[in-house]
Ligand binder design. Structure first.
Ligand code: AMP
Length: 190
């Protein structure tokens, strides 16, 4: 199973991706987690990406696309993956198309979760208190939601046109959202 999990920050992509990763036995690949790991360990990639991340801006495509290309070529990704937080703009969609074609694999589904902006802001505020991410400042949160609306949300239409999109409500209880995703995936496979 090869899935994208899409949607605005705070909608629960990471939580759902972690559950689905267990359920289907496939790695959860989050570009945000990869960047945070590199920030924490002060690698050259982390140092280069830090200013963008702290401001809530996208890290340049040249860096991000390389990371995804390398990660999807790893052994544990041979039988599937859930990609969380990528692609986030039109040129990343093109880069992903190219990576998939080079690996001779196809995407099964792009799962898009959605919720109202006030629900997202509330969840991000809570997460900021719990996790203390460097980009959970009010300015960076607002910027990230704006970037999502301008650059990422329009991508859903591309996947819809390709017949690969499952749009679902991300507002309910975690288990209920998981079940709705699993149901949508089952229906697509039948
Ligand atoms: P996330 O945890 O997915 O919200 O990502 C945290 C931050 O990492 C984002 O605000 C960006 O600065 C950076 N980032 C994550 N994924 C991408 C991506 N696909 N393209 C560019 N920047 C990204």
């Amino acid at each position: 199973m090869r899935l994208l999990i899409m949607g605005p920050q705070g909608v629960g992509k990471g939580t759902q991706a972690a559950i689905l990763s267990q359920r289907y036995g496939i790695p959860h690949i989050s570009t945000g987690d990869i960047f945070r790991y590199n920030l924490k360990n002060k690698t050259p990639l982390g140092i280069e990406a830090q200013a963008y991340i702290d401001k809530g801006e996208l890290v340049p495509d040249s860096l991000t696309n390389e990371i995804v290309k390398d990660r999807l070529a790893m052994d544990d990704a041979k039988n599937g993956w859930i990609l969380d937080g990528y692609p986030r703009n039109a040129s990343q969609v093109e880069a992903l198309d190219e990576i998939l074609s080079q690996l001779d694999i196809k995407l099964d589904c792009a799962v898009a979760l959605d919720a109202e902006r006030d629900v997202l802001l509330e969840r991000m505020k809570k997460r900021a208190e719990e996790e203390g991410r460097s980009d959970d400042t009010p300015e960076a949160i607002a910027k990230r939601l704006d970037v999502y609306e301008k650059e990422t949300a329009p991508l859903l239409e591309k996947y819809e046109q390709r017949g690969q999109l499952a749009r679902l409500d991300g507002t309910g209880e975690v288990e209920a959202v998981t079940e709705s995703i699993v149901k949508a995936l089952d229906e697509r496979n039948n």
